[in-house]
Design a binder for this molecule. Sequence first.
Ligand code: HEC
Ligand code: HEC
Length: 511
Amino acid sequence: MISLRDQGWWILKRGIVTICLLIAWVWTTFGDERDDYQVRLRELGADPAAVEAVVATLRELLEKGPSEARVGALDWLLKDPKARDPSLAPLILQRVHDQDKEVRWRAIRNLRWLSEEAGNGDALQQLIQFAQGPDKSDRLTALAVIRQAVESRSSLSRSPAIHSLLLSLLRHSDGETAAEAIRLAHAIEDLKGHPQFLSALDDLIGSDEPRIREAVSQIFLARLEALQKETEKLVQSLQKAAEKDPALKTKIAQLTRERESAHGPAQPLLVTIPPDAPDLTFFAAFVQPALAEPLREADGKACVSCHQSDGAGRYRLQPPNAAGQFSLAATLFNYQATLPWVRPKGPGARSLPQILQEPHGGVGPLWAQEQNIARQLFEAWVSGEKLDASIRNLLDFRFFVQTIQPLLVESGEDKASCAQCHNTHAVFNIRPPAPDGTWTLADARHNYASALKVVNPDDPMGSLLVKKPISAREGSPDTGLAHAGGIRWSQRKDSPQWRALAQWVSKTLVE
Ligand code: HEC
Ligand code: HEC
């Protein structure tokens, strides 16, 4: 039996519990931020009195301090989580409009913890406003804050407001802003595959702004790599089943071949060149240019016109640029693409000259005559001829043969020609033509290689080849050189011969 006293006690106890619950409810509803802060302080093992003193000082500096003091206070807050009292929020939100940009940028950086730790919605709004604002440095500061959040995967990086902000910035008129928004959106899992993001990327890859193009192509390259890995994995898995199922094997072979021909290189790029492979430099100087030369027998088309990555057969070439130069990468590619047609293996396999002997691709025969220069150069290459030069220093061989070599045999006022004096010279060694005035292809190649030795690719106009023939025996101040052969053309730099030399040395074959 319960006595009256007991009953009174029970009622009292119930009352206390109710009040406590009520207080707890009020506290959790209205005092959330402060409470979180107190919990954090305890976790950080902070001494409440000391923290209070620090916060009071920071408050005073933010309110009344000069610029440097505000900068210091805001820096302090960035470094010290203990001092991040949510009650400082109004002061920080005031400072984001400070006249002094050093103060302003630091206040903007403080918006991150205000939003993430103190749950301050105004801070998030402010951050978004700066990221969309007209001032570029404020905008990039706000984006840097978002970058920090994305990199540490903290709550701001999951905020829907931040996601729609980034989507809205993808096409920003300022390239740097747009590029950063693109990179950030790609770094966020939820945005990576967002239809709006993907369709923006498709448009932006063609942007005139290099920073945007770079940001987008980085993303595409990474995806391509992932796709290739995935494809390889699938093919490997399928191959296990194909061992027992020949039909499947054919299907796989068919699909992978189709993929190769649809997406370019039929041959993978070799990393190393086999030791018995013909000389790369010889290829770049003599063979590659012939592949880009318009052919009379093909209505002015060149090999590279029909054999580009989306072009004919299994032979794929990369074309030169508008100035007729090949990049080093294109040169390596073309070299490796041509190797399989040098010494073809297997029954019925034909070498490149054999293929060209007969009409092919609706044109030709190409390179048919034995004296055909391209064919002779190709055969010299295949037979193991080398060119001792650096691949980046090569100059146009055709121009040399047509324009430079003839002027090396022109007689000067003293009745001597470059070739006469220079046919015994060790470095710039020139072989004279046959009595009919023509050179063998081998001699022309020798003369070309000798001329390359007196050209300085880093300073073409400083080359001995262009300076020596306009230098006097006793020395010329303008060239800083003496030439035992004397000045060869009295008009010097105004002579057509000198201008031809200058033109030749100023454009390399491989850029
Ligand atoms: C008018 C376009 C055209 C031109 C120009 C052309 N080709 Fe071709 N070539 C083709 C086509 C189409 C094929 C594949 C079908 C065939 O063999 O007829 C082919 C096939 C080849 C093949 C064999 C590839 C295979 O898949 O078997 C080689 C090698 C080749 N060409 C080299 C050259 C070279 C070298 C030149 C320049 C001297 C050249 N082609 C000029 C259209 C052309
Ligand atoms: C009368 C003879 C003579 C003629 C003609 C002559 N040279 Fe020379 N050249 C020399 C001699 C000797 C040297 C080596 C001494 C020197 O550097 O002056 C030389 C040096 C050079 C060198 C430097 C080679 C090196 O290895 O240092 C170049 C380049 C050169 N000549 C270019 C020409 C050109 C181009 C012509 C024609 C337009 C020409 N020379 C005509 C006699 C001649």
